[in-house]
Design a protein around this ligand. Sequence first.
Ligand SMILES: Cc1cc2nc3c(=O)[nH]c(=O)nc-3n(C[C@H](O)[C@H](O)[C@H](O)COP(=O)(O)OP(=O)(O)OC[C@H]3O[C@@H](n4cnc5c(N)ncnc54)[C@H](O)[C@@H]3O)c2cc1C
Length: 414
Amino acid sequence: MSAHIVILGAGTGGTLTANRLRKELSDVSISVVDENDRHVYQPGLLFVPFAMADPEDIVRPRGKQLHKGIDYHRSAIAHVDIETQQVHLADGTVLDYNVLVVATGSRLVPEETEGLTGPGWLEKVFTFYDLDGATALAEKLTTFDGGRFVVNVVDMPIKCPVAPLEFCFLADWYFTERGIRDQVQLSYATPLDGAFTKPTSSAQLGGMLAERGIELVTEFNTGEVDGEGGRLIGYDEREIPFDLAVVIPVHSGAAYVADSPGLGDTLDFVLTDPHTLQSAVAPNIFAIGDAANLPASKAGSVTHFEGEVLVENIKRFLAGEELDGSYDGHANCFIETGFHKAMLIDFNYDTEPVGGHFPTAVGMPLLKESHLNHLGKLMFQWFYWHALLPGRDIPGVKADMPTAGKHLASASTP
Ligand SMILES: Cc1cc2nc3c(=O)[nH]c(=O)nc-3n(C[C@H](O)[C@H](O)[C@H](O)COP(=O)(O)OP(=O)(O)OC[C@H]3O[C@@H](n4cnc5c(N)ncnc54)[C@H](O)[C@@H]3O)c2cc1C
């Protein structure tokens, strides 16, 4: 009997893994499970509030992204029984697996923060981290004529840790274009001790906030959101007053992970080997993307690079061979900086973002704002639907972090 590979989640990681496996293994059956049929291109959520993307243009049916020969189950996942090697779905279906891939991403849990979804939610307090929130915020921004505007990350980890900074830069551009920038006091409140997680780019991004007159409030741990009164209240009792707040809620793993003993950590992220992507709980369970508890960014680029190593390791596992431990934490992020420019950063577990070019000496500039990078960011949506999800290789872009073209002498190891 052929092996049955069950993939939980048909987002970025689940889809690209299923499609790559279907191409590379003819003698296995593959099932993918997801609770809804709307695949959102999440990097596009950044552009929706500023009317740079139409909400409907960033959504496609999930089933259509999966190649022929892949079974697609539309149901929520109830739990995984690791002993019996079975996945129980909310619709009562039970799927037996030989190999399980957890690709259920991360979940926004705004209810974890007191008051966040209480009075004022979707009136003075918004998020752009899901489609409904980004759409509602787009409407709100058209009527916002000035006042105190705060962007707040409640806690780490979050998806795409640069996205809130990009939001600040775009807000600066957007209000400038509308001729009301001098009437908007922009601030960015983060639990980190700087603008970003990596020290070198944190200093650079912090400088860019200052140049644009955006106040940076560090080590701010939001304890409560008073939407009616317009206040963020920190656990240390500091308060940030606002007329409009854009909040990035706490993230956790999928809820069923908590009901699957041994699978996840306290935040319901899957305990995963950072180099092989094999889970700690059982050798035939792997994790990819935001669902894994890795020290890598929760980003689509990371998920894409992980996919290459993951597929190789599923093949090796099925063949009884030693796993490939080569995933290096490679992440690659465009950072939109407003005024039709963007920066690009490329790093891994051990190497901080450095200057130079990507992917080789004649590629796109690293750690520098440029129009070319902005075009790269916009173009990426096409690559996402037509190359990344179908499991095609993107020319010149590999799972391992490239070193050609980089000023590695300036790199430091965190
Ligand atoms: C605003 C924003 C901007 C971003 N910008 C960028 C960027 O510029 N570059 C970049 O690289 N990344 C970016 N990202 C991050 C990127 O989108 C994610 O890291 C990536 O999609 C992770 O893929 P994934 O497969 O792990 O999770 P997802 O793509 O989120 O897929 C998870 C899937 O699991 C399903 N699921 C979850 N729980 C269950 C359940 N119980 N039962 C059934 N199905 C379930 C969900 O429906 C979903 O389809 C951004 C994210 C956001 C929110």
